[in-house]
Design a protein around this ligand. Structure first.
Ligand SMILES: [Zn+2]
Length: 109
């Protein structure tokens, strides 16, 4: 079993457990799940999500980015209360401190 620490162009995240595996792997060596072929196309980036949260968070940009459209709309509606900007600041920090694996488990599956 190979131990790939960093994701490069020859690796991807397991669509089920979030571990980094070979790009062409059909079956995840970690959890044994079959990989969905299109899983790499819509992959969300943890740092991008954090940046969206920091700079455009009060407009729900990170929610839209992560495909949580209704939450994004909710942030937009309540932008004037400044509550979304406080929440998104916290969410941005959480994105930064969370591991890639945790992030993928939540948003890339
Ligand atoms: Zn897996």
């Amino acid at each position: 079993m190979e131990n790939i620490l960093y994701k490069d162009e020859n690796s991807k995240y397991c669509s089920d457990c979030g571990k980094i595996i070979k790009l062409r792997a059909e079956i995840c060596p970690n959890c044994g799940c079959r990989q969905a072929h299109a899983s790499n196309l819509n992959e969300k980036n943890r740092i991008a999500a954090a940046l969206f949260a920091f700079f455009l968070g009060s407009f729900g940009a990170h929610k839209f980015y992560l495909g949580k459209i209704w939450l994004g709309v909710l942030y937009l509606i309540f932008t004037w209360t400044f509550i979304p900007s406080v929440i998104s600041l916290i969410e941005g920090i959480l994105f930064l401190i969370m591991s890639d694996q945790d992030f993928n488990m939540k948003y890339n599956r």
